[in-house]
Design a protein around this ligand. Structure first.
Ligand code: NAG
Ligand code: NAG
Ligand code: NAG
Ligand code: NAG
Length: 511
């Protein structure tokens, strides 16, 4: 039956489109809070054969960054190409946080839909309003359980199959080869302790077949011991953190097996040779100094792009600086959809500051800059920051540096953070690379040389030897803020008067 269907599909394809004329499709896979816990990035402990295979058929980016280290804001930038301060998604979308993008934003799914691309989302959506992010096919937390659509890899596999089958059926009845864009947003390997602690701190027990955990038929759980894990430099090397990481690894293995199932569905449906596949994550891993920070540990992301049409660099790594702000321009380029002229808040035309990454699939580009912009995570976590990374240097601007850096609820209850709090309180060694006090209270400007100081511990901002670099980076950052209509562009020592000719007016507040 399947063989027959596949044959029929192949014949149909031959009839409908000659060589090189078939519709191009795209599959975007975004993991939730995933980092570099994969063989693709030389972590030899956690087993991720499917990501590794994908990397072998694509280019791996070693300098990929999100512009914002928070779930909804990051997803909004992925799906619009606009930083959070420009698209309006300043913080989390769900519950009391209630952030949304501006009604006028022309998002990727909207532009693709208008260009006759069929759009689908499976998994965690976490952005709004609905009219800005429309999908023809949607199985998300908005109309189902996020555990099912985001972590149950059997369920995800069946939904991908449904989407692809419907696409084939539509093709048959409509007689046209319509492109599709499928966005699979895993909820793995997000923490779980804050929402569903019964499944373990990373939901690593959900569906493992043990009593009360249910079973995910396609999942073969992989277990890791605390002794085995690799502790990144920004996580305290303690038994609590090691156990936390071991749980995270198990969930990463589920993610990897899920990705394997999704890619197998794509091949089985006959789309393997005309689908661009992109893999990344929304923000840094949920540990101290990670998610919600613009430090490297909060914004560096895994990124793999596999294009069946660009085989020149398959299996290679790229050192080019790329951003999640580049996802929308890349996919618009892939589908040959132009970005429309329109304006949002200030009347001037919106333009994308990211770029298509397709050229990097043919030859190594010289891209060396990535910007960052964060305002909130939870509604209570107001801590605006802006950043620019250029080559070996990174500059961070902590606008509200006099307040303590805020902590989110999910991290707060985590075994790693609780242990860090208790050790700090008790005055026993934390085995962390900074103190909580240093973490909470930051300088207004922080500048690091990431070559000599990859852990970003020595602030060079007030070192006279680096004045020229500092000025250059400040100028570049400000230029980008103006270009992207950043309402915070004058903060914290001036007020933006943005009617007529936008200008910063000084406050004389001694900052
Ligand atoms: C992994 O390590 C090898 C050998 O040192 C190196 O060539 C490769 O670029 C590394 N991969 C990544 C993604 O960093
Ligand atoms: C979710 O929405 C889709 C329409 O996109 C619908 O087909 C599906 O039945 C809905 N699922 C649930 C559980 O309501
Ligand atoms: C996962 O989904 C499959 C298919 O829908 C279902 O049979 C199974 O019970 C689900 N597992 C859990 C743990 O919910
Ligand atoms: C995909 O394309 C390659 C090279 O053009 C070809 O060798 C391979 O057989 C194709 N695979 C499928 C499943 O059509």
């Amino acid at each position: 039956m399947t063989v027959f269907l596949q044959l029929e599909t192949a014949v149909l394809l031959l009839l409908l489109c000659g060589v090189g004329e078939c519709a191009r499709h795209a599959l975007l896979i975004i993991a939730d809070d995933a980092g570099f816990e994969t063989e693709v990035y030389n972590n030899t402990v956690v087993r991720t054969p499917h990501l590794k295979a994908l990397a072998g058929r694509g280019v791996v980016f070693r300098n990929a960054f999100t512009s914002v280290s928070s779930c909804s804001p990051s997803r909004s930038t992925i799906l619009t190409g606009l930083p959070q301060h420009q698209n309006g998604m300043y913080g989390l979308h769900q519950g009391v946080h209630h952030f949304n993008s501006f009604d006028g934003v022309q998002s990727l799914p909207l532009l693709l839909k208008q260009s006759n691309v069929r759009t689908g989302i499976i998994g965690k959506k976490h952005v709004g309003p609905g009219a800005v992010f429309p999908f023809d096919f949607a199985y998300t937390e908005e109309n189902g359980s996020v555990l099912q659509v985001g972590r149950n890899i059997t369920r995800i596999k069946l939904l991908v199959r449904k989407f692809l089958q419907e696409h084939r059926q539509e093709e048959r009845s409509g007689g046209e080869t319509r492109p599709f864009f499928l966005y699979v947003a895993f909820h793995d390997p997000h923490r779980c302790g804050h929402s569903q602690p019964q499944y373990g701190s990373f939901c690593e027990k959900f569906g493992n077949g043990e009593s009360g955990m249910g079973r995910i038929p396609d999942w073969k759980p992989q277990h890791y011991t605390p002794e085995q894990v690799k502790v990144p430099y920004f996580i305290p090397d303690t038994p609590a953190a090691r156990a936390d990481l071991a749980a995270q690894y198990t969930t990463v293995s589920r993610l990897d097996q899920g990705i394997g199932l999704v890619l197998q569905e794509l091949r089985d449906a006959g789309f393997g040779n005309d689908t661009l596949v992109m893999y990344s994550s929304d923000n840094g891993i949920p540990f101290p100094n990670g998610r919600t920070n613009l430090y490297d540990s909060g914004v560096a992301e895994p990124m793999i792009i596999s294009s069946p049409e660009h085989r020149e660099r398959w299996g290679q790594t790229s050192d080019a600086y790329v951003s999640l702000l580049d996802v929308t321009p890349t996919l618009l380029d892939w589908f040959s959809v132009p970005y429309p002229p329109y304006s949002l808040t200030r009347g001037s035309l919106v333009h994308l500051t990211g770029r298509s990454l397709l050229p990097a699939l043919s030859s190594e580009p010289v891209w060396d800059t990535a910007f960052g912009s964060q305002s909130l995570h939870e509604a209570t976590m107001y801590y605006p920051m802006r950043s620019v990374r250029r080559g070996r240097y990174v500059l961070l601007h902590n606008l509200n540096y006099r307040s303590p850096f805020p902590i989110d609820q999910d991290l707060y209850v985590s075994p790693t953070f609780q242990d860090l709090l208790q050790r700090t309180q008790a005055g026993t060694p934390t085995h962390w690379f900074k103190t909580l006090r240093q973490y909470y209270y930051r300088e207004r400007w922080e500048m690091f040389d990431t070559h000599s100081d990859p852990a970003e511990q020595t602030n060079l901002a007030s070192d006279p030897r680096y004045t020229a670099v500092l000025e250059l980076l400040k100028e570049q950052l400000l230029k980008w803020q103006w270009e992207t209509e950043d309402p915070w562009v004058c903060a914290p020592d001036a007020v933006l008067e943005d009617k007529m000719e936008p200008k910063c007016r000084p406050l004389y507040n001694e900052l």
